[in-house]
Design a protein around this ligand. Sequence first.
Ligand code: ADP
Ligand code: MG
Length: 213
Amino acid sequence: MSGGTVTLDRLVSWLSRFRELVTEQQAYLTELDSAIGDADHGANMTRGMNAVMEKIGATPPGTADELFKAVGMTLVTSVGGASGPLYGTFFLRLGMTAGAVSEFTGESLSTALHAGLDGVVARGKAEAGDKTMFDAMAPALAAWDETLGGGGDTVAAASAAFTAAERGRDATEPLVARKGRASYLGERSAGHLDPGATSATLLFQALSETLKG
Ligand code: ADP
Ligand code: MG
């Protein structure tokens, strides 16, 4: 791709690749969630993304607001547990902010992704270091913006975002969870990666791979 704009087709491929990655890593996500949760994160994400691709795969909506509204609503309704409403809100807010566009610039995609993250925070009240998906998403978006600000294109921005998400994910390991089910374990939640930070890293892996084309 030119590195300038990101088409909606590309973002449908992003969602499809995310579905593939959560499916491939379903057992791993579940293993992480069995250590500090209830062993359903892999199943939740796989069920949710399968439902999403079933909904949008054949004839995806032609504008970002409609596309991401469909994605968000499908996740909210098909996934029980914390992650359905949280990822659902992420995509709903992303779409609302993007509006009826059919392509993005690096900057407009950043604005939409930030709105998605703000939605996660509004819903779940997570802060940095609470050992949640926020800890992968927030540094990913900071790296995205820093790369664009330094003159990088969307491919470079997405690659930097993925690397930052991995670091944020890895940094959740020693943390004591302060939100969600894992927080019920108190100090015993330390010593494990957060499942949601791990799936959120797959979201940015999928974006980076897709934009590289
Ligand atoms: P549940 O915890 O209901 O079983 P999942 O296992 O699918 O749902 O998802 C767990 C993940 O959700 C956690 O690893 C964490 O990243 C994320 N999570 C839980 N609560 C919150 C919250 N309040 N804010 C942000 N993320 C959260
Ligand atoms: Mg769970």
